[in-house]
Design a protein around this ligand. Structure first.
Ligand code: FEO
Ligand code: CA
Ligand code: CA
Ligand code: CA
Length: 598
């Protein structure tokens, strides 16, 4: 390690700022950061991206064609890519996870059970990814660059390529794509990953919410639908796209080739590789990673070039996975890795109660992943990764969200955000120890020999979130035992986003319902900073009421940090009590120009 316990290598406090207070005011509509820092709105829903984009219309009157050139909604995972020859210039790549009713003047409307096609297209245009060039201006401030040849919007309408074991496979064929080689769009891009060869990895999380299969019998027999919770109602509950866009109705249709769109849901749940430095490149869905409700995909890179990519499947009782590419990364030839993500092994984690753990390979023909059990080939293993993981005996977790890797020792941290069904539907175990787990925990995984390709590991709970022991409710009684955590420092609930900076500080971003009475002491959602050795945790930032804080990235020298305010509830970033709220990327800098957190 380059830092000693509690200190960094400059011999100053490892966490150099003073904690801020929680914000429990129900009308709080700002972002606050620790003393000595600034946070300012940088990139909001509706901001221009592509050349020719119109300005954001405050009454949400922009058309879907205009939205296609502007920032989408619900900014989530993101990554800063520096230009190879210039650290003062980069590409900021940002996921737009989903849409809110604020996208339309009058919210979500159904007429005779149907959505308006133009509204649905606007929602599809507001999903996906933004690529935006940024640079330091003459005043030393980071700014978005307009116009830029790199600026780009990828959406639920963008044509993508498919690669890996499912490319061209029957399981991906539809009436529109009988070759199973081209997929329209990416959905519900929550967290992300990146590669050492300079590409961005957008992940597809709650894609099942966009599809419907109205044939209840077919649905029950089709693992790729029912194991993921696709709706059997008339139209999908969240958006109703299937009411006007037949691609989202996955009910089998015997009259159409490949039964119509029954396989369309199999075309989502993947990792999408995007080359931000080549604005004409087609995004690629990499199917070797397996299909589930993937939160993110976090890379680990060992000295010898061995890599692993860690992912959570964020649903109650689902699993933690890693993908280990066959090939090692060769930093002397960074561009020779174009197909590295098509070959490798997907593993799922078993967390034993004694603190040991095992990565179980999802490989056809092994450990019961056979035709008799519903897995006639590796394609079924990958499309039905959840069922394959069930078969292997993986450990059901409390909603695994982000992972992050300590750059100094390759320790892996995964957020288990919460799970109110723990102790009832899901049995307690050492890794998921609290019944009715409202506040969540962060688990630390140490691979054997710090080898990303290891098949065994040791694990421990880094922190159990929640109230301090001894806290009393308003009625003077102690808070219930299952709401008490073991935080050394400032309290929080429902850890979700995570990120390590170069000094080895662990940043924790939260996502809980700040209107829930159980969260009263937590206040608005927040970002905290942890010392991975002493476990001290300090609150650095608090967001406006109703938001979640998610997505974190830095400039190469770590003096600028970008964080996302997702779905603010009041009027942020205008904060005037009138303007509709907008998801916003916030730029954080230190007044003295120093490294954030030091
Ligand atoms: Fe999109 Fe699991 O958060
Ligand atoms: Ca999340
Ligand atoms: Ca969450
Ligand atoms: Ca979210």
């Amino acid at each position: 390690l380059v830092f000693a316990a509690g200190k960094n290598n400059l011999n100053i406090p490892f966490i150099g700022f003073n904690s801020i207070q929680p914000q429990t005011d129900p009308g709080f509509d700002h972002v606050v950061v620790a003393d000595g820092y600034q946070a300012k709105p940088f990139f909001s829903w509706g901001d221009p991206v592509v050349t020719g984009a119109t300005d954001w219309n405050a009454d949400a009157l922009n058309s879907w064609q205009e939205q296609l050139k502007q920032a989408g909604q619900n900014h989530d995972g993101m990554h800063f890519f520096a230009f190879p020859d210039d650290n003062n210039r980069g590409l900021l790549v940002i996921n737009h996870e989903y849409t809110n009713p604020t996208l339309h003047k009058d919210g979500i409307t159904f007429i005779d059970g149907k959505r308006r096609l133009d509204d649905v297209k606007k929602e599809q245009a507001a999903h996906g990814v933004s690529v935006i060039e940024v640079k330091i201006d003459k005043q030393g401030q980071w700014q978005c660059v307009y116009p830029s040849v790199y600026n780009r919007r990828i959406s639920a309408l963008t044509i993508m390529h498919v690669s890996g074991p499912l490319a061209g496979h029957d399981l991906l064929k539809t009436v529109d794509d009988p070759a199973a080689m081209e997929i329209i769009g990416t959905l519900n891009n929550c967290s992300n990953g990146f590669t050492p060869w300079g590409t961005y990895l957008a992940c597809e999380e709650n894609w099942h919410n966009y599809f419907v299969n109205q044939d209840a019998t077919d649905y029950q027999s089709r693992v790729s639908h029912h194991r993921y919770g696709i709706s059997t109602g008339k139209t999908t509950k969240s958006y109703g796209w299937s009411s006007v866009d037949k691609r989202f109705d996955a009910t089998p249709n015997a009259e159409l080739p490949h039964q119509g769109y029954v396989n369309e849901p199999n075309r989502f749940g993947w990792v999408v590789e995007i080359d931000p430095f080549d604005p004409d490149s087609k995004p690629i869905k990499r199917t070797a990673f397996g299909r589930f409700c993937r939160e993110g995909v976090t890379p680990a890179l060992a000295e010898n070039g061995q890599m692993a990519f860690y992912s959570g499947d964020d649903t109650r009782g689902e699993y933690v996975y890693k993908f280990v590419p066959q090939q090692r990364f060769d930093k002397t030839q960074p561009h020779k890795h174009r197909d590295m993500l098509d070959h490798g092994t997907l593993y799922v984690a078993r967390f034993n109660n004694d603190g040991s753990g095992r990565w179980l390979p999802l490989v056809h023909g092994h450990s019961g992943l056979t035709a008799e059990n519903g897995f006639p080939s590796q394609a079924e293993v990958l499309v039905n990764a959840r069922a394959a993981a069930d078969q292997l005996g993986a450990t059901p977790m409390d909603r695994p969200e982000w992972a992050t890797v300590n750059p100094h020792n390759l320790d892996v941290y995964v957020t288990l955000t919460n799970n109110y069904l723990r102790g009832t539907e899901f049995a307690l175990n050492a890794a998921n120890p609290r019944p009715d787990n409202r506040h969540g925990q962060i688990i630390k995984i140490q691979e054997d020999q710090a080898d990303p390709a290891a098949i065994s590991f040791q694990w421990e709970l880094f922190v159990v979130a929640g109230e301090k022991a001894g806290t009393q409710n308003a009625d003077g009684k102690p808070v219930a035992e299952h709401l008490v955590g073991n935080i050394e420092g400032d309290i929080f609930s429902s850890p979700d986003g995570l990120g390590f900076d170069k000094d080895g500080r662990l940043w924790i971003l939260t996502d809980y319902d700040d209107e829930d009475p159980v969260m009263e002491n937590m206040g608005c959602n927040q970002m905290l900073c942890a010392n991975p050795q002493t476990r001290e945790i300090k609150r650095f930032m608090v967001g406006p009421r109703g938001c979640e804080i998610t997505g974190i990235t830095w400039s190469p020298d770590y003096t600028a940090m970008w964080v996302n305010i997702q779905h603010p509830g009041l009027s942020y970033p205008a904060s005037d009590g009138r303007t509709r709220p907008r998801s916003t990327t916030v730029l954080i800098t230190k007044d003295d120009g120093g490294v954030i957190g030091r």
